[in-house]
Design a binder for this molecule. Sequence first.
Ligand SMILES: Cc1ncc(C[n+]2csc(CCOP(=O)(O)OP(=O)(O)O)c2C)c(N)n1
Ligand SMILES: CC(=O)[C@@H](O)[C@H](O)COP(=O)(O)O
Ligand SMILES: [Mg+2]
Length: 675
Amino acid sequence: MGQSEPSLRRQACATWADCPEAEKDKKLSVRPETPLLDSVQTPVDLRKLPKEKLQQLADELREEMISAVSVTGGHFGAGLGVVELTVALHYVFNTPDDRLIWDVGHQAYPHKILTGRRDRIRTIRQGGGLSPFTKRGESDYDPFGAGHSSTSISAALGMAVANKMADKPGKAIAVIGDGAMSAGMAYEAMNNAEQAGNRLVVILNDNDMSIAPAVGGLSAYLAKIVSSHTFLSLRGFGKKIIEMLPRPLADRARQAEEYARGMAAGGGTLFDELGFYYVGPIDGHNMEHLLPVLENVRDAIDGPILVHVVTEKGHGHPFAEPNQEKYHAVPQFDVVTGERKKSTPKAPTYTNVFADALIKESEKDDKICAITAAMPSGTGLNKYGDRFPDRTFDVGIAEQHAVTFAAGLATEGYKPFVAIYSTFLQRAYDQIVHDVAVQKLPVRFAIDRAGLVGADGPTHAGSFDVTYLASLPNMVVMAAADEAELMHMVATAASIDDRPSAVRYPRGEGLGVELPDEGKVLEIGKGRIVKKGSKVAILSLGARLGEALKAAEDLESRGLSTTVADARFAKPVDDQLIRDLAATHDVLITLEENAIGGFGAHVMDFLAEEGILDGGSLKVRAMKLPDQFQDHGKPEQMYEDAGLNASGIVATILKTLGHNDYGQALGDSAAAQKP
Ligand SMILES: Cc1ncc(C[n+]2csc(CCOP(=O)(O)OP(=O)(O)O)c2C)c(N)n1
Ligand SMILES: CC(=O)[C@@H](O)[C@H](O)COP(=O)(O)O
Ligand SMILES: [Mg+2]
């Protein structure tokens, strides 16, 4: 039951360079031959197979996943790395009664294929299609939703304790990666896990990768530890395993055995000390290692147990194995040649513009430094780090630590930029309040993926940062309307040394505007008029400005003279600009790609406080994201659904003015924002 022969595809071209010309134009977008997988609709069918067939099933499952992702794009390397583990877990444990929770959930494509969703796997991450991560309600086999990392042990523990209290059978199995294991929440859960006894199983999926190579002491530690307990009579098994491991793994495990024996004298592994029975490392790509260990774990009378499984991100794919960071997520690609579907960029991405702007500022000021929480390529700090390696810090998946670490740097006169996705910054809210804002420390937050993000759906949308930041005293909150504005705001943030500041910008490409040589420092709290009109005023915050200008054109064609202003700051708001717009227009609309309680709320609050709304004729509306979690889809559709595209803006304004023809403005789908 070893590895089966590489499939025709892999034999055809192990690498792009080796690929014979004849293969290069062959598009294997058809599904691979998967006779065994065809017989498995759910794990109930899987558990009827003889063990010796499971490796073949895994091979077919891997081919099916490769074929599917070649069509859809999406998360790739992590799923390839857990194909055998997925088969073994569903084979050994009685899912869905035994709850299987995938941390992050980006590796759950094989899990979805095996649990009745193979027919929809080619809809993943598309509007109306499968969720990009695990999702309650999508399947009984998804007991918990995911997307943000390091939640699986806590969730599994909750389920395990619930079963215990109800005196119901059933275990909870959390599969957590080494990257996700760098977040504090995982330790909070393990610290509390003793109570679950043998109902909780943690599978540590250690591929020595996060999105980028794993960082920190834990990553080094994991490379050394090995099972050092005689519990569950696995001692002999441990030895047998090591002899069976493929050479590199065997060396690593043997080296670990030495280290652990030394440790055994002084106590167990880190996990033992936290109250777990530690088992491992075992080879996560070999059923002969996985099955007996998982069966022992399943039947254990004691616990909780942590099984340290060593896998390879991208395993089984000729391009994903050697390029693990690049293949964490992929666009559509040719399944034979691996060639990726290319999209011609129309403008630089906001991420790249940010990185270049910060490099420029850092060349002028050696106190500037940058911090990422395991997202160097996603935030552009990989580029920044190439230029300033000693001033760039990847703290792992540890957003809370990242923020307070930055606060510490700021107390010593440094100017830290925390580059982070809006959605992930949510995890560090108390650190922002307690460690940064209360102390008025000049930490800078470069908030990428602000607003809707499309295929990653509601767990990744950056919908709330204006709401959760602009409500804090001492904060300066900026939103870039285009890539030139982003450069100015990076320069402005770099210049603010007496309080915290934040600049938000969206995922993807800018508008293609001309970029200045370098950013200029903006006057804090001052907006700008972009287009002068007289009847309708649109006060836009951030990157919806382009749509506001398109809406203004449409409104002008209807005889409605329209002013468009770019607020630039959600905090402090530009009082005088608001007063002037309110005094000289019939309608004032605020526009932002943020949830309720953001920029519009602050403008309304100001108007109310100033008495401008008292008894006057001014009509005011705050356009924002709908008060709901929008499912994943194409960004343009999501903006239309949210009423935040040009036609939605026009419709809202016409409706506000009492015009009945706002329906035509909408086209036949989106709903104007309720006035
Ligand atoms: C709180 C949080 N921060 C950052 C991310 C972005 N992210 C998604 S997967 C990933 C790496 C996870 O590494 P690991 O747990 O080892 O899983 P692997 O991809 O190696 O299987 C990161 C940083 C996230 N999903 N959640
Ligand atoms: C799983 C996860 O959280 C990341 O891989 C995320 O999907 C990256 O998002 P971007 O594609 O916007 O960088
Ligand atoms: Mg990993």
